[in-house]
Write a protein that binds this ligand. Structure first.
Ligand SMILES: [Fe+2]
Length: 308
């Protein structure tokens, strides 16, 4: 999906027999192990007390051990907040991106826990006016941010506003982009909607990836990750748990995404088309939620190598 194309509506899912629903729930629970899911995130809340602890996945400290609360990636245009994100004591990592729009307002991608220190630093950059949940899984802090910034618009990936009605107060749905919304920020980005995957005919992650034109950064949530191999890292940070998580993601989950969530010729064709859509965007840096920012080498070919 690009901002300039006509909106894509999400179909309504009909009720299914209880046995099928149970199977769906169990299957979904299995898949959720591979991402920072909203349901499992509830359980992680108590584990995630020290947001600024040095972590395996996103390295939020300088060499002298100073915490980096907000890191500037592209001068005066794009910033990130990198935090440890514990799931069952495994650090799965989390990175939020903040874009400064042309009018000075802030656009927030996949928000992290909004503690006082983070809030203070973010507000030095500008006024938060847009908060984006880019897929069905990175939702945990959306309500918290909307509460903190009630005048900001809370955007959901296609279908999310309806899916979370009554739970999270989404204002607008990216599956229903209207002409009159485009001046807000949509013209400053290009977008690709990964409408190639589903489970039991329902979109699973339903991610929208965003390329910010001015910073030339591509922000991705769960379609791409690049957990480090731990080389040179403190063994306390890169324990058997993190090694296991990396194995699970790279060796077990990735083939599941490609071959189960994108099962069948039609979905495979769409997957290839979406990778090509991304390659056509104008970016030279990838800012993933999980792993390391990609700046060097053949950046444009990164998602192709990962997914195809
Ligand atoms: Fe995730």
């Amino acid at each position: 999906m690009r901002a300039s194309t006509s909106p894509k509506r999400i179909s309504i899912v009909v009720a299914t027999p209880r046995t099928t629903q149970t199977l769906k729930r169990k299957t979904r629970r299995f898949f959720l192990l591979s991402s920072s899911s909203s349901s499992l995130e509830e359980k992680r809340e108590d584990e995630n007390k020290n947001a600024f602890k040095t972590c395996w996945s996103n390295h939020p400290q300088t060499e002298d051990g100073e915490n980096i609360i907000v890191k500037e990636v592209v001068k005066n245009k794009l910033y990130v907040c990198e935090r440890q994100f514990l799931w069952n004591t495994i650090d799965v990592g989390g990175r939020m991106a903040v874009v400064k729009l042309q009018n000075g307002e802030l656009w927030v991608h996949s928000p992290i826990d909004l503690d006082e220190e983070t809030k203070k630093e973010i507000e030095k950059l500008g006024e938060v006016k847009h908060i984006v949940s880019p897929n069905y899984e990175h939702l945990k802090y959306a309500k918290m941010w909307k509460r903190a910034y009630p005048n900001a618009t809370l955007w959901g990936c296609p279908g999310l506003k309806e899916k979370k009605r009554g739970e999270i107060p989404y204002d607008k749905d990216l599956g229903d982009v209207k002409e009159e919304w485009k001046d807000e920020w949509l013209n400053e980005f290009e977008m690709v909607h990964w409408d190639c995957e589903s489970l039991f005919s329902k979109p699973f992650f339903n991610e929208v990836s965003f390329a910010h034109k001015e910073s030339k950064c591509l922000m991705v949530t769960d379609v791409y990750w690049n957990y480090p191999d731990g080389e040179g890292m403190d063994e306390k940070l890169y324990t058997f748990k993190e090694k296991g998580w990396k194995f699970l993601m790279d060796v077990i989950y990735l083939p599941i995404y490609k071959n189960v969530l994108c099962f069948g010729e039609e979905k495979k064709k769409k997957l290839r088309a979406r990778v090509e859509d991304v390659e056509r965007l104008d970016f030279d840096t990838i800012v993933p939620c999980h792993g390391t920012i990609v700046k060097d080498g053949d950046v444009k070919n990164t998602l192709r190598k990962h997914l195809l």
